[in-house]
Design a protein around this ligand. Structure first.
Ligand code: AMP
Length: 257
C-alpha cells in the first residue's frame, strides 16, 4: 500500500485565541484586522498525512484551501509542515462569508478525482462555523467510505484501521481505500514549521483555481439571518457557609424549602 496520494483540506479561520466580535449589522463577525490561522483540526490532518509520508505510506500530500487570497498563507504553512504542493481555490471575501460545506465538499471531491487521490483528509470541524459536515459530504459525493473523528490511523494490509472518538469511548473500524478521514484532537500533536522549511515551502508549487474550474457553483443556498453574542455569564459569589448556600438555593426555588 505504498504511494498513497493524500488531499488535505486546510481552512483559514479566525485564530482560536482571538476574542470574537459580532459585526454591528449582526450578520457576521468582524474579520478585518483579526489574526487568522489554519483551522487547528486541519493542522492535525496535515501532520498525520506528513507522518504517513515519513512512514512511506503516502507518496504525495496536496493541501487545498478555498477562500480569499490570504488562504495562500495557510497553504504555505501546510507546505512548510510537509505538504508537497497545494491548490488555492480562490473565492472572494464576500462570497467566502457564505461559502458552505457543500460547496467546499464538491470542490474537494473534484480535486480528489483529478488528483487520483486515495485519501481525502479534513479536520473534524472548522472552528468558525462548527459545521462538521464537509468530510462527510465529500464521502457521500464520491461514494467513498468515511472514518470521521479519527484519533488513530494505522495501515492494515490494503485497508486502514481507524480508531474513532465516539460519545461512549473509542470505536475501531476498518475502511477500504480510497476513503475520507476527518481528524480529531487526539490524533497527534502537529509540528511547528521550522524556518528552513518555511523558506523551502516558498518554492513548492501552488496552483491557482476558481470554483468554476471544477464546475462548482458557489451561490449561497442559505442566508444568515442573525449572529448574536452568547449570553453574558453572571458573576459568581463566594459564600461563607453551607447554610448560606442552602438558604440561597431555597430562596431561588432551586431546592424545596
Ligand atoms: P466544516 O464542515 O465547515 O466544519 O469543516 C470541516 C473540515 O472541512 C475543515 O476542518 C477543513 O478540513 C475542511 N474545509 C472546510 N472549509 C474549507 C475551506 N474553505 N477550504 C479548505 N478546506 C475546508
Amino acid at each position: 500500500m505504498s504511494g498513497l496520494r493524500v488531499i488535505v483540506g486546510c481552512k483559514r479561520v479566525i485564530d482560536y485565541a482571538v476574542k470574537i466580535r459580532v459585526k454591528p449589522d449582526k450578520l457576521g463577525v468582524v474579520t478585518d484586522g483579526v489574526k487568522h490561522s489554519m483551522n487547528p483540526f486541519d493542522e492535525i490532518a496535515v501532520e498525520e498525512a506528513v507522518r504517513m509520508k515519513e512512514k512511506k505510506l503516502a507518496s504525495e500530500i496536496i493541501a487545498v484551501s478555498c477562500g480569499p487570497t490570504q488562504c495562500q498563507e495557510t497553504l504555505r504553512t501546510a507546505m512548510a509542515m510537509g505538504a508537497d504542493k497545494s491548490i488555492h481555490v480562490e473565492v472572494d471575501a464576500a462570497t467566502y462569508e457564505n461559502l458552505q460545506p457543500l460547496h467546499v465538499a464538491k470542490i474537494l471531491a473534484k480535486v480528489a478525482q483529478d488528483e487520483k487521490a486515495d485519501i481525502v483528509f479534513t479536520g473534524k470541524q472548522a472552528i468558525d462555523d462548527d459545521c462538521n459536515q464537509t468530510g462527510q459530504m465529500v464521502a457521500a459525493l464520491l461514494d467513498w467510505p468515511q472514518a470521521t473523528f479519527a484519533s488513530k490511523v494505522e495501515k492494515a494490509n490494503g485497508d486502514l484501521t481507524v480508531t474513532r472518538e465516539i460519545d461512549g469511548g473509542l470505536e475501531t473500524i476498518k475502511v477500504k481505500l480510497p476513503a475520507v478521514l476527518t481528524a480529531d484532537l487526539r490524533l497527534n500533536e502537529p509540528r511547528y514549521a521550522t524556518l528552513p522549511n518555511i523558506m523551502k515551502a516558498k518554492k513548492k508549487p501552488m496552483a491557482k483555481k476558481k470554483p468554476a474550474d471544477y464546475g462548482v457553483d458557489v451561490a449561497p443556498r442559505q442566508s444568515i439571518l442573525k449572529v448574536e453574542d452568547p449570553p453574558v455569564r453572571q458573576a459568581g459569589s463566594k459564600l461563607d457557609s453551607v447554610e448560606t448556600l442552602v438558604g440561597k438555593l431555597k430562596d431561588a426555588g432551586l431546592v424545596p424549602s
